[in-house]
Design a protein around this ligand. Structure first.
Ligand code: FES
Ligand code: FES
Length: 158
């Protein structure tokens, strides 16, 4: 039985027409089929947030979404933040603040923070804390991350 079927979607501004397996998650598809390994894999049950991507303007845990459900969607992954080899202001700010320690959670944190800044360019500390609440960091760099996000809100455009 053929359990693969075609989907069309956009990822980081690029259009794809691909066949996906009925049981593949969006995370599997991004990492295994497209090689976009910036999106990390850990709990695969929606608890840690390392797999966070933005789908149609909303953050989602890509481990909980089937690739087939992304048919027709516009997906942004961490690979889509930098432009022409230059880090985005948010990525640069994370770097400047030493917010990335082991780095494992950082792509998810960046996507949640990016989405917040897109929706609300001048967030409060509480907004940032709420936006990052679903992204766990075992190195506990939360304070530096919040400062990094708030600095972008003060100066640069995301
Ligand atoms: S891997 Fe998706 S939430 Fe943990
Ligand atoms: S920087 Fe290590 S898990 Fe967050």
């Amino acid at each position: 039985m053929n359990d693969r079927f075609p989907i069309d979607l956009k990822i980081n501004g690029q259009s794809y027409s691909v066949d996906v397996s009925a049981c593949d998650t969006l995370l599997d598809f991004l990492r295994d089929q497209l090689g976009l390994t910036g999106t990390k894999e850990c709990c695969v049950v929606g608890e840690c947030g390392v797999c966070t991507v933005i789908v149609n303007g909303r953050t989602v845990n890509s481990c909980l979404m089937l690739a087939a459900e992304a048919d027709g969607c516009d997906v942004l992954t961490v690979e889509g933040l930098a432009t022409e080899g230059r880090l985005s202001p948010l990525q640069q700010s994370f770097l400047d603040h030493g917010a990335a320690q082991c780095g494992f959670c950082i792509s998810g944190q960046l996507m949640s923070a990016h989405n917040l800044l897109t929706r609300k360019p001048h967030p409060t500390v509480e907004d940032v804390q709420e936006a990052l609440a679903g992204n766990l960091c075992r190195c506990a760099g939360y304070e530096q991350m919040a400062e990094a996000v708030l600095d972008v809100a003060k100066g640069a455009k995301e």
